[in-house]
Design a protein around this ligand. Structure first.
Ligand SMILES: Nc1ncnc2c1ncn2[C@@H]1O[C@H](COP(=O)(O)OP(=O)(O)OP(=O)(O)O)[C@@H](O)[C@H]1O
Ligand SMILES: [Mg+2]
Length: 483
């Protein structure tokens, strides 16, 4: 029962947090403020202009009458024309004039003026504001603008009259009132229309964002191929969609690599296990001599060693990736390390008919390294070099120090690696020729391990090769690297 109020109270803050709501609110407030500013300033200008034209009219009339009184004081017809007839001819903005003599007795008055204006009030109010026009309300509630001025009679002056003038400005007042009415009406209508239009614009603008979100929601590890079609998107969102698509490219590639890796692991684990199983089944099919059993056991042991080496390599790679992996660092003389590896592989090289040499470094090149890991990396490289160098070839180990960098080079005069395979040799389970390597026992993890070891040392491993000429692997380590 308490669900309803709860839901609505939770909905309001949610709505307030939406982009569409914020954009709509911003559009509406900005739109209304602009409209308000525009209409209010137009109203002020219009009112000022109306007042100015009334003012000019009054000033003009006064000027005409004063000139007439000064220059043609006896032209009664002219004055009558100005005061009594001209106003009656007008439909709008009717004006009324009253001419008083020195004692205040009226000489001429526009017909109808007495019905519209209270003369006593007119005299009173204009007296307190001499020479200026002021607003006044007539007998019937109409708005007037009134002014009064003294005028010299004759030239040189023989006396002074008073001109009282009033102009009906109720039409202007009505115009302004209509303006105000429409101003509020339009404001009210736009207060409803702006949010509606703003909301539509905002929804339209953020639709691509929703489409991006919908695509992102649809993507799982099984449909990483899906991409956002960003045609027609605004530039900013097209770039967002592009970034998102690039991320998907990378994810797809990583997923592919991982699934290929798992398939490779399964395959490489299955082969020795199948061998052990097949040999055991054949051996058990009938009675065997002790010699035969020994042979089977020996062969099984070989496969088991292969299997445990493979598992060991995989475990090593998995651990090397963990950020918690610790190195057992010690000062290692790299020249001596190479000599150790050379000594270890001497017999293998001799069997393969390959000469193996370690070039003595000019100075002592030493760095703080994990000795056993570095031994493993260099051993992997030397074993590769010997395995891929035909009889009569040579493998050379060398170290050089250039500034804070130590460079280890393992160079052979072997078969080399085809250029198209070169970028992939550091990948796990990659073998240039899988069938041949399988016989020689390679699993394709050797170079991946070398790369992991170098990464652990903040160093790098690079390979260069020319088919038929040989291969050089260069390991670089910074002696100053923080480890
Ligand atoms: N010195 C080299 N000369 C020619 N080819 C090489 C050389 N070193 C590596 N390769 C090629 O690169 C592939 C990958 O080498 P990597 O050491 O990773 O695997 P592997 O030697 O096949 O197996 P593992 O080292 O795990 O026993 C090899 O299969 C081989 O084809
Ligand atoms: Mg190898």
């Amino acid at each position: 029962m308490s669900l309803k109020p709860n839901r609505s109270s939770r909905l309001a803050p949610r709505l307030r947090r939406t982009l569409a709501f914020r954009l709509t609110a911003a559009y509406s407030i900005a739109g209304l403020l602009l409209l308000l500013l525009g209409t209010v300033s137009l109203y002020i200008v219009l009112r000022a202009e109306l007042e100015r034209s009334t003012e000019l009219f009054l000033a003009d009339k006064l000027h005409v009458l004063r000139t007439m009184l000064r220059e043609r004081p006896n032209d009664e017809d002219g004055l009558r024309e100005e005061i009594e007839l001209e106003s009656a001819a007008r439909r709008y903005q009717q004006f009324y004039i009253r001419l008083l003599d020195e004692r205040g007795a009226p000489i001429l008055t526009t017909p109808g003026m007495a019905q519209r204006l209270d003369f006593a009030e007119l005299a009173n109010r204009t007296r307190s504001h001499p020479g200026r026009s002021i607003s006044m309300v007539g007998r019937n509630g109409q708005a007037f603008r009134v002014a009064s001025a003294s005028a010299e009679v004759g030239s040189p002056p023989t006396g002074s009259d008073t001109i009282q003038i009033a102009i009906d400005i109720s039409q202007e007042e009505e115009l302004l009132a209509r303006y105000r009415f429409w101003f509020w009406a339009i404001l009210l209508i736009t207060a409803v229309l702006f949010p509606l239009a703003g909301y539509r614009i905002a929804r339209h603008g953020i639709r691509p964002v929703e489409q991006i979100a919908a695509t992102a929601r649809r993507i799982t590890s099984t449909n990483l191929r899906e991409r956002i079609q960003a045609e027609g998107y605004p530039l900013e969102l097209a770039s967002l969609a592009g970034t998102f698509n690039e991320m998907l490219d990378r994810l797809e590639e990583s997923f592919e690599r991982i699934s290929r890796f798992s398939a490779d692991i399964a395959h490489d684990l299955r082969t020795p296990v199948n061998n052990i199983r097949g040999e055991a089944e054949v051996a058990l099919a009938r009675a065997r001599t002790v010699e035969e059993y020994r042979e089977v056991l020996e062969s099984s042991l070989e496969e088991a060693v292969r299997l445990s080496d493979l598992i060991g390599d995989l475990l090593f790679l998995a651990r090397a990736e963990s950020p918690l992996t610790e190195l057992h660092l010690e000062k290692v003389n790299v020249g001596e390390l190479l000599t150790t590896v050379r000594d270890y592989y001497e017999a293998t090289a001799a069997d393969a008919g390959v000469s193996l040499t370690a070039v003595e470094p000019a100075g002592a090149a030493s760095a703080s390294l994990d000795r056993s890991l570095m031994l493993r990396a260099v051993s992997n490289l030397v074993s590769n070099a010997i395995a891929h160098t035909p009889k009569g070839g040579s493998v050379t180990l060398a170290v050089s120090a250039a500034g804070p960098e130590i460079r280890i080079e393992i160079r052979d005069t072997g078969r080399g690696i085809p250029a198209e395979a070169l970028p992939r040799v550091f990948d796990r389970f990659f073998r240039v020729d899988p069938s041949r390597s399988q016989i020689s026992g390679g699993t394709g993890l050797g170079l991946a391990i070398v790369q992991s070891i170098m990464a652990l040392h903040d160093g790098s491993a690079e390979i260069g090769s020319q088919l038929g000429c040989g291969t050089i692997v260069t390991l670089r380590i910074h002696t100053a690297a923080k480890r």
